[in-house]
Ligand binder design. Structure first.
Ligand code: AHR
Length: 498
């Protein structure tokens, strides 16, 4: 029998809401069209930012948004993106398609977008091709409250008060597109650049060092040893790449059970990576003062046929929903160390929440997972024991179920579950262990479809969307839930306050 025993009185830490964070880069149609349409556009907008996308994202409570890249961040010179738009310099976006960037979306527009979303800004500074001076000036421009030539310029450009900037990253993928550096060299550069990221506001800026990717543990070791005491966070990037390799990625929509299984197996690797990187961090920082920030993660498939391959536009199926579900469960389980994660990317790029076609917009299955999982934001992670069978294919196996359990301020115990099996439904007995709380009723929603490659299109917007989950039977110990094959489920266990 598959069984989930919830130890509802045993808290294991707080799930930082920033685990449900996102990432927007000047890449393909993420910023331009995805968010920015300009004030003159027939697409309804608020100061140039499209209303439909903002409204959809507000519903899932985006806590933090990373910008402007990505690889683009190490090419970005912030002074190009301020002042009257028609006078802004055009620059080359050489990394993503060799197209011209008109810089109409810059610091002011990004801060406005964050305010409209109700999200904290997380800005990634340029180390690869930018100077320390440039980074120092950007911080002064955005956050200093006194009178300086830079703050006067900010005021001339329409912003009187400084912005509250909480999160700042010092370079992106400095081992790769951000400068091809060795960790020893970057550690020194990090120490130098971060010195000039001054906290002028009331709150100290949370400084994030560029971390490793995949199992590049040596990077984490060197960074923690040589620069650990100067950072608040260290990043990690890991993508679930479909197909045979980075060069031969799989299709986003055309795949069989074998490829489906392989992708979930790759997504589950995140758990081992976090465990290993955290283990290294523990050696230098046993009190877990430095957060692990998984600021790029998600599924990376072949670009949609007929689109610019450097725009990284891909469809999003039920398989992607399961990748999101298991990844978020993994982050929750490591919440003592993982205090932010940013899905790549929020609109029109990679594992997007939203796809747009001109003025039209659709919500992907991944969007719906973030909707179901928002119950965990800032909740207390609870202890549980999950006994379940495996999902086996061609002699290989992965656990058939993945789960998270938390308790929110109102006393509700929220469970998220993924049934990874492509074709078998699973009966799960859920036992509720608590001296304090009494279970009154269960409310649930489920995301599933007949096919694992089911997805939403502009012709069929709601093919994959959450439905009310009613397959619950109570017994004297708890209840029995039947999880459909390939499904993501969210249950709220309602316990009246004693
Ligand atoms: O998210 C797309 C790209 O993937 C980012 O620009 C880069 O940081 C990573 O390699």
């Amino acid at each position: 029998m598959n069984r989930l025993i919830i130890n509802a009185d045993r808290k294991k830490g707080k799930i930082d809401r920033n685990i449900y964070g996102h990432f927007a880069e000047h890449l393909g149609r993420c910023i331009y069209e995805g968010f920015w349409v300009g004030e003159e556009s027939p697409i309804p907008n608020t100061r140039g930012i499209r209303k439909d996308v903002v409204e959809a994202l507000r519903k899932i409570r985006v806590p933090v948004l990373r910008w402007p890249g990505g690889c683009f961040a190490d090419q970005y010179h912030w002074q190009d993106g301020i002042g009257p738009r028609e006078k802004r310099k055009q620059t080359l976006n050489s990394y993503w398609g060799g197209i011209m960037e008109n810089n109409h979306f810059g610091t002011h527009e990004f801060m406005d977008l964050c305010a409209q979303l109700g999200a904290e800004p997380y800005i990634c500074g340029n180390v690869g091709s930018g100077s320390v001076y440039e980074m120092e000036q950007w911080i002064e421009y955005m956050t200093f409250d006194g009178e300086t030539p830079l703050t006067s310029l900010r005021k001339e450009n329409g912003r009187e008060k400084p912005w509250e900037l909480k999160y700042f990253g010092i370079g992106n993928e400095s081992w790769g597109c951000g400068g091809n550096m060795r960790p020893e060299y970057y550690a020194d550069l990090y120490r130098r650049y971060q010195t000039y990221v001054k906290s002028y506001g009331e709150e100290k800026i949370f400084k994030i060092a560029c971390g490793s990717h995949d199992d590049y543990y040596h990077w984490t070791e060197v960074l923690m040893a040589q620069a650990g005491k100067y950072m608040d966070g260290l990043s990690l990037h890991y993508y679930t790449v479909s197909g045979k390799s980075w060069k031969e990625k799989g299709s986003a929509t055309e795949f069989g059970q074998e490829e489906y299984f392989r992708c979930l197996q790759k997504a589950l690797v995140m758990d081992r990576l976090i465990t290993e990187h955290s283990g290294i961090m523990d050696k230098y920082d046993p009190e877990k003062k430095v957060a692990l920030i998984v600021d790029e993660w998600g599924a990376w498939h072949q670009a949609e046929p007929g689109t610019n391959p450097r725009f990284l536009y891909q469809q999003n199926t039920l398989r992607d929903a399961l990748i999101a579900g298991v990844s978020l469960n993994i982050f929750n389980s490591h919440c003592a160390r993982v205090r932010m994660a940013n899905l790549a990317q929020i609109v029109n790029v990679l594992q997007a929440l939203i796809l747009t076609r001109g003025g039209e917009m659709l919500l992907t299955p991944t969007y719906h997972v973030f909707d179901l999982y928002q119950v965990h934001q800032d909740a207390d992670l609870l202890d549980f024991q999950l006994d379940c069978g495996d999902y086996e294919l061609n002699g290989e196996k992965i656990p058939a179920l993945s789960a998270s359990v938390s308790r929110d301020e109102a006393g509700r115990v929220n469970v998220t579950l993924c049934n990874l099996h492509a074709s078998a439904r699973i009966n799960l007995e859920i036992l509720f262990n608590s001296a304090e709380l009494k279970l009154e009723r269960v409310e649930g929603r489920v995301l599933t479809a007949d096919q694992v490659n089911a997805h939403n299109t502009f012709e069929e917007l709601d093919k994959v969307k959450p439905e009310v989950f009613e397959s619950v039977q109570f017994n004297e110990k708890g209840f029995l839930a039947t999880l459909p094959a390939a499904s993501v489920l969210q249950l709220s266990l309602v316990c009246p306050k004693q």
